[in-house]
Unconditional design. Structure first.
Length: 318
């Protein structure tokens, strides 16, 4: 028998990514699927198994899941996460962590009060080439990191923010300039819903390590994500989401050895590794690499971008 797993919110990201990823994990049994729209829950159960629920309290009381995967929209994250934690479950929650910083902090407080785990599913950390780049940085292959850059042209700028922390460490301060197209709303194409006004941002970063960085974000669709990391030994690039890692020396004699990419390299594989790492953290009683603290810090950086733009200067994100 595997860990008793329940998912709350059976929309596109649950059916297309979370549940297919969980289905690959031998250590998990899907016992419940919950959605306020019964048809969505039934469709998920028919394909992946689990008992159907439209009421969260009933599901938690009857099924007593050990792991709850929260895939609702952000405004509902806090309520679902708090109830799941209070029921005794460990929780992994979709990014963005919450709709407000105050609600994200309340979720962290609930995890601390209950003594249960709260992780955030920043699955881009688990894309194969991103993992290889991170491993090389941690191993010291790049030498001292001097500069990190990302360009991201999609509605999930929170991924770029998290990856900039993942690759470069803590951000000491930032300076940003933004435009907001108040008459244009950006649409999440896979959900066919409008999510707010289009924002575009150019951000300069100073890391606690002394490195600097730059990040551009745009909510207009049709773009991609690119990363560049420059160190005293090596320079690396990833062009496109999940694209291959390209590395060249920045000084004579520096060796380039790119780690073997984790498999599978498909999109579901990144969710499989993210959720799998959460389960391993429970089984081995070790910290998950992406906790609620990481989710909160990503939100604070996002907020600092707006503050910097309004104040027209450098600000500390946390």
């Amino acid at each position: 028998m595997g860990h008793r797993y329940a998912i709350v919110g059976c929309g596109g990201i649950a059916n297309n990514l979370h549940l297919p990823a969980v289905e690959r994990l031998d250590s998990v049994d899907i016992v419940a699927v919950c959605d306020i729209v019964e048809e969505r829950a039934k469709a998920a159960a028919q394909k992946y198994g689990g008992e159907v629920f439209t009421n969260l309290d009933e599901m938690l009381s009857k099924m007593k899941p050990e792991i709850v995967d929260v895939c609702t929209n952000e405004p509902y994250h806090r309520g679902v996460v708090e109830k799941a934690l209070e029921s005794g479950a460990d929780v992994i929650c979709e990014k963005t962590m919450a709709d407000t910083i105050e609600n994200a902090q309340a979720m962290l407080n609930a995890a601390e009060k209950t003594g249960k785990r709260l992780a955030i599913n920043y699955n881009y950390r688990w894309l194969s080439s991103n993992m290889a780049l991170h491993q090389m940085i941690q191993n010291g292959d790049f030498g001292d990191i001097r500069y990190i850059a990302s360009t991201f042209h999609w509605f999930q700028g929170t991924h770029s923010i998290d990856m900039m922390r993942n690759l470069g460490g803590e951000i000491a301060e930032l300076c940003a300039t933004c435009t907001v197209d108040e008459n244009v709303e950006f649409m999440v194409f896979r959900e066919n819903v409008l999510r707010g006004n289009v924002r575009n941002a150019a951000v300069c970063l100073r890391y606690e390590s002394g490195a600097i960085g730059s990040m551009t974000l745009s909510m207009y669709g049709g773009g991609n994500m690119n990363f560049e990391v420059v160190g005293t030994k090596l320079r690396g690039q990833i062009i496109g989401i999940g694209g291959d890692l390209r590395v060249v020396p920045t000084m004579p004699g520096a060796k380039v050895t790119i780690p073997e990419y984790p498999e599978p390299r498909d999109w579901v594989g990144s969710f499989q590794r993210s959720i799998g790492a959460f389960i391993e953290s429970i089984e081995n009683d070790i910290p998950h690499p992406v906790t609620g603290i990481d989710g909160l810090k990503a939100m604070k950086i996002d907020h600092a971008i707006d503050v910097s733009n309004k104040q027209k200067g450098w600000v500390k994100p946390y």
